[in-house]
Design a protein around this ligand. Structure first.
Ligand SMILES: Cc1cc2nc3c(=O)[nH]c(=O)nc-3n(C[C@H](O)[C@H](O)[C@H](O)COP(=O)(O)OP(=O)(O)OC[C@H]3O[C@@H](n4cnc5c(N)ncnc54)[C@H](O)[C@@H]3O)c2cc1C
Length: 543
C-alpha cells in the first residue's frame, strides 16, 4: 500500500505525517510498516532528523544522557547503536536518525523540502486536505503532526540589521559550511544553546562577545567516554532501565530523589550537591539530589546558593562574575555545560550584560550597545531560542470543523487534550503538542506515537469515523496542567516553558508537569475506556 512520494500533484492517503524528526520517523514506521497503511511523511527540511538536522552549531550536544536519548521500541536497534559518550553530539544523533530511516526502509515514503502550508478538514467526508509549498496536495483520513516543540526559530529584529556587513545566523538554522575559526563572533543568548555555542566557539574564535540577556544557573555536564563495561551494562539492563524510565517523572534514566532538602544537615547537603556537581548533568542536579528544589522556594535557594558559590570561585573578574550570577529562582529547564563559566576567564571573551546595557543597533561592522561601544563582529550568532510548542502551528493555516483556524482556537494560548488532540480538529494528532509531558523526550514521543497508532487502528473499522476532543475535556486538561505547574516554582521564572521568551506571547502553561508515569496511566485509561474524553459517533462505536 505504499504511495510513491515523488509524484507531484495530489495523493490520497490513509495518513499524512508532517515532520521527520524523532516523532515523525517513528510514526511513519508504526503506521506504514506495522499497520500497512498508505502513509507519506513530509518535512520542510532538506534531510531527516528534525532538531538534529537544523541545529548544527558548534558544541551542539544532548542534555539527556545517551542511553535514554534514543528509541527503545526495538531492542536490536538499541543494541546496535554505538553511543560511546555519556551525552551525545549532534552529528551522531543525526547519523543515528538517518540510520533508523534506512534500517526500516522509510526514506522512500519521505518527501523532503516540502512544507505544509495549510490543512482543512471536511466534515462531510471526514478527510483532511493538506497543501504544501511545492504545490503537492494530500488528502488523508489522519493528519499527524510532529512539527517539533523547539523548532520554530525566534529571530529578534534589530535596527540596522540590513546594514551589517557580517553574517547573522540562528543556531536553529545553522549553515553547514559556517566555520567560526579566527572570526570575531558575537552570541546573543546564553540559555541551553548559547551556553554550548559560547563554550565551544571561544577556543577557536579570534574574539567572542557574549550578549547576555539573563544570567543562568548551569552545572557541569560531566560528559565523558563510556567504558566498555558501562556500554555493556546499558545494553544488558535494557528492560530494567526502560521500565524505570517509564515509571519515573522526568524520564531521564535516574531515580528522582524523595529526600527533602532540609532533612539533612548543612554539611551533608553541601556534600550531596558537590557529588552531583562532580558527576554532572543538569536534570540530575535538580531532581536526583533532593525532591523539593523545583517546588519549595527555600530548598531552591539552597541549590541556587551552591551554584552561585561555584560561579564566584570559578570566574576571576569580579564584575564578570557579578554579571554571570543569577539572583532569581533556579527554575528554568536545568542547564549543564562543558566549562561555561570558565570560558569567561579567557582573554578573548567579553561579557556584555544587555539588561544593563542593551543592544541599540547593528552597524556596518558590529553591534552598538546603549553605552555607545561598537562591538566589532564578523558573525552574529542568535542563540535566541524558539517560539516553543505552538510556534510552527501558528505559522500554518490549519482549519478544523466549521472552518475554525487553529491559531484562533489558540488565541488565549495553546491548549489540547493529552498534548495530542485539540477540540474541533478531528483525527488530527499532534506529537509533542501543547500540554504534553515535560520530560526527556524520546520516551514521551514513543508513548504518544504508540497511543496514536493504537487509536488509528481502533478507528479504522469505523468507516470515515473520527475522534474529536470534547471541548470540556480540553478545558479540564488545561486546568490540570495549570494546577500541577502552579504547585511548582517553574511558572515563577521567566522561561520559554511558559512562553515568556517571545515578546507579546501570552504566558500560559504549555506542559504537563505530572511526569511520564502518571501520563502513561492516563493515556492507557483513555483508550481502554473507549475514549471518554472525545465526543462523536465513532467514539461510541469504539467503546
Ligand atoms: C539544540 C537542542 C537540543 C536538544 N536536546 C534535547 C535533549 O537533550 N533531550 C531532550 O529530550 N530533548 C532535547 N531537545 C528537544 C528535541 O527537539 C526533541 O528531543 C526531539 O528531537 C523532538 O523531535 P520531534 O520529531 O518531535 O521534533 P523535531 O525534531 O523538532 O522535528 C520537527 C520537524 O518538523 C518539521 N516541520 C515543522 N514545520 C513544518 C511544516 N509546516 N511542514 C513540514 N515540516 C515541518 C521541521 O523541519 C522538523 O524537521 C533539544 C532541542 C534542541 C533545539
Amino acid at each position: 500500500m505504499d504511495a510513491h512520494p515523488n509524484t507531484a500533484g495530489s495523493q490520497d492517503l490513509d495518513a499524512l505525517v508532517v515532520g521527520a524528526g524523532f516523532g515523525g520517523i517513528y510514526m511513519l514506521h508504526k503506521l506504514r510498516n506495522e499497520q500497512n497503511l498508505n502513509v507519506v511523511a513530509i518535512d520542510k527540511a532538506g534531510g531527516v532528523g528534525g532538531t538534529w538536522y537544523w541545529n548544527r552549531y558548534p558544541g551542539a550536544l544532548s542534555d539527556s544522557e545517551g542511553f535514554v536519548y534514543q528509541y527503545s521500541f526495538d531492542q536490536e536497534l538499541y543494541n546496535d547503536n554505538p553511543w560511546t559518550t555519556k551525552f551525545v553530539r549532534q552529528p551522531e544523533i543525526l547519523a543515528y536518525l538517518n540510520g533508523v530511516v534506512d534500517r526500516y526502509d522509510l526514506r522512500r515514503s519521505i518527501q523532503l523540502e516540502t512544507a505544509m502550508t495549510s490543512a482543512e478538514f471536511d466534515e462531510s467526508t471526514g478527510r483532511w486536505t493538506v497543501r504544501t509549498d511545492t504545490g503537492d496536495t494530500y488528502t488523508c483520513r489522519f493528519l499527524i503532526t510532529g512539527l517539533g516543540l523547539l523548532s520554530a526559530t525566534n529571530l529578534p529584529e534589530f535596527p540596522g540589521a540590513d546594514r551589517f556587513q557580517g553574517q547573522i545566523v540562528h543556531t536553529g538554522a545553522w549553515p553547514a559550511d559556517l566555520d567560526l575559526t579566527g572570526k570575531k563572533v558575537g552570541v546573543i543568548g546564553n540559555g541551553s544553546t548559547g551556553n554550548q555555542v559560547i563554550t565551544a566557539t571561544a577556543p577557536v574564535a579570534a574574539h567572542l562577545t557574549s550578549f547576555q540577556r539573563t544570567p543562568q544557573y548551569s552545572v557541569p555536564a560531566g560528559n565523558r567516554t563510556l567504558s566498555p563495561e558501562e556500554i555493556r551494562a546499558q545494553r544488558e539492563n535494557f528492560d530494567v532501565n526502560w521500565k524505570q524510565v517509564r515509571e519515573s517523572s522526568v524520564a531521564m534514566g535516574f531515580v528522582e530523589s524523595d529526600r527533602p532538602t532540609f532533612s539533612v544537615s548543612a554539611e551533608e547537603r553541601e556534600a550531596i550537591f558537590q557529588r552531583a556537581w562532580d558527576e554532572g548533568g543538569g536534570f540530575r542536579f535538580m531532581f536526583e539530589t533532593f525532591c523539593d528544589i523545583a517546588t519549595d522556594a527555600d530548598a531552591n535557594e539552597e541549590a541556587a546558593k551552591f551554584i552561585r558559590g561555584k560561579i564566584a570561585a570559578i570566574v576571576k573578574d569580579p564584575e564578570t562574575a557579578r554579571n554571570l550570577t543569577p539572583t532569581d529562582l533556579y527554575a528554568r529547564r536545568p542547564l549543564c555545560d562543558s566549562g561555561f563559566y570558565e570560558t569567561f576567564n579567557r582573554e578573548n571573551v567579553t561579557l556584555v550584560n544587555v539588561k544593563e546595557n542593551p543592544i541599540a543597533e547593528l552597524t556596518e561592522t558590529g553591534v552598538r550597545t546603549a553605552d555607545g561601544t561598537v562591538h566589532e563582529l564578523d558573525v552574529l550568532v542568535c542563540a535566541t531560542g524558539f517560539d516553543a510548542v505552538d510556534g510552527n502551528y501558528k505559522r500554518i493555516d490549519i482549519r478544523g470543523r466549521d472552518g475554525e483556524l487553529l491559531r484562533e482556537h489558540w488565541a488565549d494560548g495553546p491548549t489540547s487534550y493529552l498534548g495530542m488532540a485539540t477540540a474541533g480538529f478531528p483525527n488530527m494528532f499532534m506529537i509533542l503538542g501543547p500540554n504534553g509531558p515535560f520530560t526527556n523526550l524520546p520516551p514521551s514521543i514513543e508513548t504518544q506515537v504508540e497511543w496514536i497508532a493504537d487509536t488509528v487502528s481502533d478507528l479504522l473499522p469505523a468507516e470515515n469515523g473520527w475522534l474529536d476532543v470534547d471541548p470540556e475535556t480540553e478545558v479540564a486538561w488545561t486546568e490540570t496542567c495549570a494546577e500541577i505547574a502552579d504547585a511548582t516554582l517553574f511558572p515563577k521564572a521567566a522561561s520559554w516553558i511558559f512562553g515568556a521568551n517571545i515578546p507579546g506571547k501570552k504566558r500560559t502553561v504549555m506542559f504537563y508537569l505530572g511526569g511520564i508515569a502518571a501520563y502513561r496511566e492516563i493515556l492507557g485509561k483513555e483508550s481502554s475506556n473507549g475514549y471518554p474524553g472525545f465526543l462523536n459517533q465513532s467514539a461510541s462505536e469504539l467503546a
